[in-house]
Write a protein that binds this ligand. Structure first.
Ligand code: HEM
Length: 404
């Protein structure tokens, strides 16, 4: 339990640390990886390079510090991060290492402004925050291990099928190498894939949503090949999976994780909206609803650049044909000539509120959406403008979580 004085020191220094947040976490990572290069096997190097992880960690530490006397207020955020940590294999013994280097980085960046009292207070506060994470993650590891078919850490799976779903998205179907049962998962959850790319010094871990329902005899992920663009190099792992991993090869994966999941107790209509590869958790939700809740009204909306980049289209249309409560709508930013001739072609341009109002049959529904950040922001703002209550909006970021 922190003393009142410690809490005061923490709260009064949060704004100062926020100003230097990114400098502190950047310094922190330099120190951490110099002292513990083995941790480069866990952290996503691309996120590090883009500074995304620095921002995510800084935000989380300051948010936690601000609520240090009421950590239960930010429990949902802690749980979401803990899911990610569990799927990556973060262990209790990593926390003191991170704490030591975080404090050293604060001291380094703040210089004389970091008094003994301030450092002492942050050391104590970090301990409280770390204990909260360690406790929640221990429960998650236990649950992953004891669940039927479950496991903690990484387990080898064999690729049994590889299917090209669009010009850039390919699905990998996988079953456990040991022939054992598959752990059930909630639609919307993801797995971590751990690969050693030949020629690379460190392992690389990436998260991919499971893109089919949990009742199948396989796990399926549908991976977008991230080619290089002007300000971003090609995605090493996605290109490796697309180009080097074939049927019969082994992939090391974590048990399913994540709290962006479909509420299956909710019987209201549901609207699933996705942009680009953000459709993967949505298709898992759709396929689950089609089997488990065929009476529930489902509207599936997908935005893609054009039909050539539209993955899993045929599958969604087939599910819809078999279920009269399900409707689907496509929106292409720049449709090809071929797209325009398709009878099911629905909208050109971007999804906007006017169009949503014409395709969503019942406004009082649960809304789930996933896609690139600008897309999510547009959907989020449009739905709020329409008057949908914030608690009916459910969304997930790919990569480090942010805010809309
Ligand atoms: C991811 C916070 C401790 C390893 C994250 C994220 C946050 C965060 C906010 C981003 C979550 C997301 O992607 O949505 C924290 C806090 C910690 C802590 C507040 C301490 C109290 C640790 C420790 C380790 C660790 C001890 C292990 C050495 C990671 C890794 C990721 C991550 C590998 C994924 C980031 C990536 O590679 O892109 N953490 N973390 N974290 N954390 Fe932590």
């Amino acid at each position: 339990m922190l003393s009142q004085r410690t809490i005061e020191v923490i709260k009064s220094t949060v704004p100062v640390l926020e100003i230097h947040g990114t400098a502190i976490t950047t310094r922190f990572y330099n120190m951490l990886f110099t002292a513990h290069p083995e941790l480069l096997d866990i952290f996503n190097h691309a996120n590090q390079k883009q500074g995304k992880q620095q921002a995510a960690l800084a935000n989380a530490v300051y948010a936690a510090a601000l609520h240090i006397d009421r950590l239960e207020m930010i429990l949902p955020v802690v749980k979401q991060i803990a899911h990610k940590h569990r799927s990556l294999g973060v262990q209790a013994e990593h926390y003191p290492i991170v704490g030591q280097h975080l404090l050293a980085a604060i001291k380094d960046v703040l210089g004389d402004a970091a008094s003994e009292e301030i450092l002492q207070a942050w050391g104590e506060a970090y301990g409280v925050i770390a204990d909260a994470f360690i406790g929640i993650e221990a429960d998650m590891y236990e649950q992953a291990k004891t669940q039927a078919g479950g496991w903690a850490g990484f387990k080898p799976f064999r690729i049994i099928q590889k299917v090209k779903e669009s010009d850039v998205i390919t699905s990998f179907y996988m079953t456990p190498l040991d022939g054992g049962a598959l752990a059930a998962f909630e639609p919307g959850q993801y797995i971590s894939v751990n690969v050693h790319i030949p020629g690379e010094e460190h392992a690389q871990i990436r998260q991919y949503s499971l893109s089919d329902a949990s009742d199948k005899p396989y796990y399926r992920i549908s991976v977008k090949r991230e080619d290089a663009i002007v300000d971003r190099p090609a995605g090493k792992v996605s290109v490796y999976l697309h180009e080097q991993k074939e049927v019969g090869d082994i992939l090391s994966i974590s048990a399913p994780a994540g709290d962006f999941t479909l509420d299956q107790r909710d019987s209201r209509p549901v609207v699933l909206i996705s942009g680009g590869v953000g459709l993967t958790p949505m298709v898992s939700m759709l396929n689950t609803l089609a089997i488990a809740k065929p009476a529930r009204q489902v509207t599936f909306i997908h935005a893609a650049h054009n039909g050539r980049l539209h993955a899993l289209k045929q599958q969604v249309e087939t599910v819809a044909q078999q279920n009269s409560n399900l409707s689907f709508h496509w929106c292409y930013e720049k449709p090809t000539e071929q797209d325009l001739t398709e009878p099911a072609f629905h909208k050109q341009g971007y999804i906007d509120l006017n169009w949503l109002q014409t395709v969503v049959p019942v406004k009082e529904a649960s809304y789930y959406f996933c896609g690139p950040v600008p897309f999510m922001k547009a959907i989020h703002d449009a739905l709020l403008e329409w008057g949908i209550p914030a608690e009916d909006l459910h969304y997930e970021f790919f990569g480090p979580a942010g805010s809309l």
